[in-house]
Ligand binder design. Structure first.
Ligand SMILES: Cc1cc2nc3c(=O)[nH]c(=O)nc-3n(C[C@H](O)[C@H](O)[C@H](O)COP(=O)(O)OP(=O)(O)OC[C@H]3O[C@@H](n4cnc5c(N)ncnc54)[C@H](O)[C@@H]3O)c2cc1C
Length: 276
């Protein structure tokens, strides 16, 4: 919460808070994750509305039966609803992160359900690498907030694009469709060229104001000068701020991400030397 407060007061940046809580094996981990999010709702609600963080959560954090291991995600939807309902009562917005392709149907169906049960504080994530995304966005609940990303999970070529350039091009076309359909778009990428294309080509073409979109990046990826520039133009910028309840959980998370995506080590090293 100290990081969230200083991002806003010193740099004008908004945040979304995320508990690193995957790889669940014990019922007590599910309870711990749920309790942590309940506490995060209280902490977020205590912050002035102008700088109030949103919360991002992952469905797999609340089940011992994850879909990517062939399970049925038992209990996950109910746990998410508990958090979303409390957040709604405290005027806190929540985004449901999108996990691997095994979770897409489940997550979109859960979001439909939350929305039809009255949750207007909930937002979703679409991954432009998946072929299905162009259809999925046509079936979203009306007006739901959408974070657009290329997707972090390496998916097979029968379900997903494998070339980054194509995923980025798809971010722009999907963003345009979403804006035209009345959605609030959270354009989440560190690719400054792609962000510029969104802001300088897509937004003027659709003709919407800065109340209809924001730019999102991960906390710690050095894009300071670029973000300052956007803020000066009156564009809302939000950082995704992940944290863990202990160093062991944080290190386990980082190790897993590196296993899934070894190129990350190169990105991190490169960022240490080339700051923008
Ligand atoms: C706010 C936010 C929320 C996200 N939520 C989800 C989600 O719910 N589901 C999902 O599947 N994916 C999510 N992602 C990840 C996203 O899908 C991409 O995998 C990730 O952003 C990298 O792609 P890129 O568009 O930034 O472009 P890239 O071409 O991969 O990166 C552009 C440049 O940014 C830098 N960079 C990118 N990522 C990192 C990093 N992690 N560390 C250091 N430098 C980096 C590198 O310098 C790289 O050259 C999220 C990303 C952001 C920013």
């Amino acid at each position: 919460m100290a990081a969230v407060a200083s991002l806003h007061s010193e740099r004008g940046l908004l945040s979304t808070l995320d508990l690193l809580a995957e790889d669940i094996h014990e019922p007590q981990q599910v309870r711990r994750n749920l309790q942590a999010y309940m506490d995060m709702v209280d902490a977020a609600a205590a912050v002035d509305k102008a700088g109030r963080p949103t919360l991002s959560l992952k469905p797999s954090s609340y089940t011992l039966s994850p879909l990517h291991e062939g399970g049925d995600a038992a209990g996950s939807q109910q746990a998410m609803w508990q958090i979303i309902e409390k957040a709604m009562a405290h005027d806190v917005d929540v985004s449901v992160d999108m996990e691997s392709r095994h979770w897409t149907d489940f997550t979109l169906a859960a979001l439909q359900r939350f929305h039809s049960d009255g949750a207007r504080n909930v937002g979703c994530v679409l991954q432009t690498r998946l072929y299905r995304t162009e259809q999925d966005l046509l079936a979203l609940p009306e007006g739901i907030r959408v974070r657009l990303v290329i997707g972090i999970y390496q998916e097979p070529s029968d379900v997903a694009l494998t070339e980054k350039a194509e995923m980025k091009a798809r971010m722009l076309t999907c963003a345009e469709t979403l804006l035209r359909r009345g959605h609030y778009v959270e354009f989440a990428t560190h690719d400054v060229h792609c962000v510029r294309q969104f802001l300088e080509e897509v937004v003027p073409r659709v003709g919407v104001g800065p109340d209809r979109y924001e730019v999102q990046m991960l906390y710690g990826v050095p894009r300071d000068r670029f973000l300052v520039d956007l803020l000066r133009q009156g564009i809302k910028c939000r950082l995704y701020v992940p944290f863990a309840l202990g160093w062991d959980l944080a290190i386990e998370y980082l190790r897993r991400r590196l296993d899934e995506y070894p190129a990350m080590m190169w990105l991190v090293t490169k960022n240490m030397f080339f700051r923008r």
